[in-house]
Design a protein. Sequence first.
Length: 311
Amino acid sequence: MPKLGTAAGTLEVLRKYDFHFQKKYGQNFLIDPNKLEAIVEAAGVGEEDCVLEIGPGIGTLTQYLAERAGSVIAVEIDQALIPILSDTLSEYPNVTVINEDILKVDIARLSREKNAGRPFKVVANLPYYITTPIIMKLFESHAPIDLITIMVQTEVAERMQEGPGSKEYGALSLAVQYYSRPEIVAHVPAGCFIPAPKVGSSVIRLTRYEEPPVTVKDEAFLFRLIRASFNQRRKTLVNGLGNAEGLAVTKAEAAEALRTLGIPENIRGEALSLEQFARLSDLLCQKEAEKKGSSDPQTKKNTRIERQEDE
Ligand code: SAM
């Protein structure tokens, strides 16, 4: 089987298997060897690594990864691609393909079973329709993952890096920056894929922190607060939080907490830094706990954020 990663090699495989792209699975296959090399290089993949690849497609990036990594576990949802992958990856005994929806995979268990509990490096050309849920799953599962190198829509990559004051700054920026250091490492034109996506693409590397850059009493409360703060972007933070579902905080309490922190009461959520959200979270979660009759909220480790899909 020739190496994939060119238009000719990819088209040959597609024809051989009479493969039809499934739009619902966000299938855009890479056909540029330079960009494939750049992804593997940015991920710093070496023999000691076990790579978790999300969505191998016909196995293009998988081949590049398998040549450098100790092992690769590739999770692909589309059953039609499984026989193709066993053909295109037949010369790579260090690759395991799993036919599953990544959102349903227990990644911590996979790491125990396939990598003795050691951290994975995640490398993927992600399906754009579920970029955010995948990223949040990788973080929130608290599975051992130390580096995530992914192709995403450029706009989403930029959103992950944004800071306070920008229009694009939001819940995703804060979640990514709470867990990792984001860095855009390459831009990839639409012509590098078959079929060409309608949006620009970029590779972003997220280096997982051992400890988050801010400490909070209750991680779950912090993320409830962040979600509530960006749900009603046009309102001031005080008005947004006072109305927010799932947050037992009154307008007066929100205003008082901002005063305590020396933050103007008419501020909007998008102007607050991660550190300021953390301090606000500690004050307000204390209030919420007092209302519930407990004054010592324990640190919780589940940070669900609900988000819209990216496209
Ligand atoms: N890695 C290949 C490449 O770079 O050419 C294909 C990337 S393509 C953008 C995204 C891949 O993710 C497709 O193969 C698609 O079928 C797969 N996929 C979509 N949703 C998925 C999910 N929930 N779990 C696992 N794979 C998924």
